[in-house]
Write a protein that binds this ligand. Structure first.
Ligand code: GLN
Length: 282
């Protein structure tokens, strides 16, 4: 018979030896045992039921031996306090993107009256994490989310059914499905890794290429989006991008080419990296 403490210790030690995250072991154990953290702490010296032990072992082997991201094993990731379903067809929502959403919400409050019904566009929605979160966090918000991948759209729709919010999804490339519409706010976290860059196998072997790579210099989608923005932006508008830590300057150049007078702000993330760029109407 094995206790939760013993099981946790055994696998956490193995994780450390293999340069993996011991905290991931705890998340897998919590998931497989269907316990909350407090309950696990209170049960550390109890014996683990055989079927739970079997499930935990399978999950841990998947993580430690096959290198699968734990979000894929668990089937979900937390984003802005909600649980989003994920699988190999979508990018796993990142912590940096939560920061992006936080900054957007702050800027919406600053720029627009609270009662104004905002038309927001999320370009390339993936799991739907940005679109759904914005729709749920700000009242009077109507979100349209575009996505080219059918498989990603299926995940986003499932998340929407579970979580709600005023969001409609449109299948298509970037701004293509919305070219006849007008938006007050446009948000995008497009794929931005330069083609051919070597990735951590945890990302490169498991997350969809279509969500990662952005052409030779990683900026292909920013160029396409910014070029097409004019026709869909309301007179009073805000545009927000997430991007790679060394792309802010080049993205600002692209923006200036198309919106010479727009005030552009680059925002650092909590790790001190320039990860977000905003621009707005004058
Ligand atoms: N917008 C989604 C996210 O931020 C998907 C991003 C992507 O696939 N590049 O998670």
């Amino acid at each position: 018979m094995t206790t939760y403490r013993e099981l946790l210790r055994k696998f956490a030690r193995e994780a450390l030896e293999k340069d993996k995250e011991p905290s991931a072991i705890k998340r897998l154990l919590l998931h497989c045992s269907r316990m909350g953290s407090a309950q696990l702490v209170a049960s550390l010296d109890e014996c683990v039921p055989k079927d739970t032990e079997r499930l935990v072992t399978l999950a841990v082997r998947d993580y430690l031996d096959k290198g699968r991201p734990i979000q894929h094993i668990i089937g979900s990731e937390h984003f802005f306090g909600r649980e989003f379903l994920v699988n190999k067809d979508v990018l796993i929502p990142r912590f940096e993107t939560e920061e992006l959403v936080e900054h957007i919400l702050y800027r919406l409050d600053e720029q627009f009256p609270v009662e104004k019904i905002l038309r927001i566009l999320d370009v390339g929605t993936g799991s739907g994490c940005i679109a759904i979160t914005l729709a749920l966090e700000r009242e009077a918000t109507r979100v349209v989310a575009t996505e080219i991948s059918d498989k990603a759209l299926a995940v986003a729709r499932k998340n929407h059914r579970r979580l709600g919010g005023d969001v409609v999804f449109r299948k298509g490339h970037l701004l293509e499905p919305v070219k006849e519409e007008i938006f007050d706010v446009v948000v995008a976290n497009p794929p931005y890794i330069p083609q051919g860059e070597t990735l951590d196998p945890l990302v490169g072997d498991h997350e969809p290429e279509i969500a990662l790579f952005g052409g030779e210099d990683g900026l292909r989608f920013y160029r396409r989006i910014i070029e097409d923005l004019k026709r869909i932006l309301a007179a009073d508008h805000l545009v927000a991008f997430e991007h790679g830590h060394d792309q802010a300057e080049r993205i600002a150049d692209i923006i200036r080419r198309h919106f010479p007078k727009a005030p552009i702000t680059c925002q650092k993330d909590l790790a001190g990296k320039e990860r977000m760029t905003f621009f707005r109407s004058v």
